[in-house]
Every structure is written in C-alpha cells, then in structure tokens.
Design a protein around this ligand. Structure first.
Ligand code: NYM
Length: 208
C-alpha cells in the first residue's frame, strides 16, 4: 500500500485556507481516498492553549517564546502525522512551519533562527499558497479580531512566504470564486496522487 500525501495550505490571514482545506478533505473522502484534516496551531493541546491565549490577546509572550511554542505544537503532532501517512492517509494541513517563519520573521526575528526549530519536521509534498492582497483580506468577515491582522504586517508576511517558495508550491488566486478554486486544487491534488502512485517518493524532512 502506498503512503498518503502531505498536502499543505499556506497563506496570509483570511485567505480561505480553512474553507478550501475542509472542502478538499471532503472531496477526497467522497472519491474513496483516505484523508484527514490537520490544523496548526492545534489549539486543543496544552501548548495549543497557550498559543490561543496569546493570539486572542489574553496573555503576553515574547516573540521568541511564542515562536518556539508554535514549533513545539507541530513537533507534538509528528508521530501521529507520520503514522497516518504511512498507513495511507492523505493529510490536508491548514498552516505549518512556513506560517511560523513568515509571521515571526515579519516581526524582525532573524530568518535563519526562525527556521531552525522546524528543521527536520515532515516536509509537505505539495503546497497551495492561497494568495490574497491584505487590502482584500481586510474586507472579509472577522478580520482584525486577532493579533497580526494589520495591513503592513500582513504585507510583510506575504513577502516572507514568497521568499520560501520552491517547485512544490502552487500559487492560488484566492480572490477567485470558491468553487473554481476548489476544482483547481482538487485537480492539482489528483495529479499529485497519481504521480505518487506512478513513482513513489518517500516521506522527506523539512529544510534538511
Ligand atoms: N501563526 C500560525 C504563527 O504566527 N505561527 C505559526 O507557526 C502558525 C501555525 O497564528 N495569524 C499565526 C498565523 C495566524 C494565527 O492561525 C492563527 P489561524 O490559521 O488563523 O488559526
């Protein structure tokens, strides 16, 4: 049995990642493909609760401390993610280490330092970057409720994402119609699954 794929959604706030990742998982399941949604930060764990307190501005943490908590929140999920992938489950992940680096580096923390705690995490096979200009994102519901949802900051975050892209990334125009985006992403995912079937690639490590 072949392993599952690690499909990642990244992007600035309010770019539609959650909508599209949820729809992708459902579509894959409807096709009889084993799939699971994973979301970072996972606010349900002890570490995740500390992150939630920070994001909703109930507690304060230094930039370095919150960065390391985000990373720890991914590391605590690795065993389960690896087990799922190995058992043939495709993981659709909503945010990951690229968000970690983009947001912290936009706060002017050193880029290399930001990457280091996430080195060695499981690497995604395919990344969908939901691209939206922060001015358009600001018009969407609920924008501005959490820390970070400020125009200049989001512009910087977006630039940081662009600096980390490689050939496994696809830039998706997040201003397009939701159904259209879904169909585009489903097509790209099917292609990735077929490629993996034809020529299996082992699970890789991030930034090594
Ligand atoms: N975020 C998310 C980080 O700053 N670092 C990280 O490692 C991750 C995974 O948390 N503004 C930020 C990006 C978002 C915020 O994410 C909460 P979401 O997807 O809105 O729950």
């Amino acid at each position: 049995m072949s392993r599952g794929l690690f499909i990642l959604f990244e992007g600035c706030d309010r770019s539609g990642k959650t909508t599209q990742s949820t729809r992708l998982v459902q579509a894959l399941k409807d096709m009889g493909i084993k799939a699971k949604l994973v979301k970072f930060p996972d606010r349900t764990t002890a570490i995740g609760k500390m992150i939630d307190g920070y994001l909703t501005q109930k507690s304060q943490l230094s930039d370095q401390a919150i960065h390391l908590l985000f990373s720890a929140n991914r590391w605590e999920a690795m065993n389960q993610m690896r087990a799922d992938l190995e058992s043939g489950i495709t993981l659709v992940v909503d945010r990951y280490a690229f968000s970690g680096v983009a947001f912290s580096a936009a706060k002017r923390l050193d880029f290399k330092w930001c990457k280091s705690p996430d080195v060695g995490l499981i690497a995604p096979d395919r990344v969908f970057f939901m691209d939206i200009h922060p001015d358009d994102a600001a018009k969407r519901d609920g924008y501005g409720e959490e820390i970070y949802e400020k125009r200049e900051f989001q512009l910087d975050v977006r630039a940081k994402f662009f600096s980390m892209m490689d050939k496994s990334w696809a830039i998706i125009d997040a201003m397009k119609d939701v159904d259209l985006i879904h169909r585009q992403i489903l097509l790209l995912t099917k292609k990735a699954l077929q490629a993996q079937e034809a020529e299996p690639v082992p699970i890789a490590k991030l930034w090594t």
